[in-house]
Design a protein around this ligand. Structure first.
Ligand SMILES: [Fe+2]
Ligand SMILES: [Fe+2]
Length: 146
């Protein structure tokens, strides 16, 4: 599978979990905590592996450098949100508000990756390279989750 298809698959999984949490009320603290832990684990491994095998290649190309630097700033923001949300009781209205902004940030980030970043990445990476990076991504993510 190409790196594009693998990343999209992860994005879809995380997006589904984000929607599930967003559909819960403040009284669903336990469910939220469980699903949020899944989001945190998946998203952290995804972003780290993505940066290590995909961004690190794209940052060397003029066509993709700026969008990758932007993506790295967004990753840093997402990590901050994950940390902050982990420290707060998930049944509170503050958690609900922060989660909503976090979700919007993730969705915006995914849109940019699947849009401009992938479009320009396809110009600088051959199909064979995209497949090879996909394999590296799979291995990297597995070792991060182990
Ligand atoms: Fe991603
Ligand atoms: Fe990302």
């Amino acid at each position: 599978m190409s790196i594009y298809d693998l990343l999209k698959k992860d994005h879809k999984e995380v997006s589904k979990l984000l929607d599930e949490v967003a559909a819960t009320g403040d009284d669903a603290g336990k469910t939220r905590a469980k699903k949020f832990a899944q989001i945190k684990e998946k998203l952290t491994a995804h972003s780290d592996a993505e940066d290590e095998v995909f961004y690190s290649v794209l940052v060397e190309h003029d066509e993709t450098r700026d969008i990758v630097l932007e993506g790295r700033e967004e990753h840093a923001l997402i990590v901050e949100f994950l940390e902050e949300l982990s420290q707060m009781p998930p049944g509170s209205e503050d958690w609900t508000a922060k989660f909503k902004v976090f979700k919007e940030n993730v969705e915006h980030h995914v849109e940019e990756e699947e849009g401009e970043m992938f479009k320009n990445a396809r110009k600088v990476l051959s199909d064979a390279e995209a497949k090879d990076i996909g394999e590296q991504f799979r291995e990297q993510k597995q070792s991060l989750l182990a």
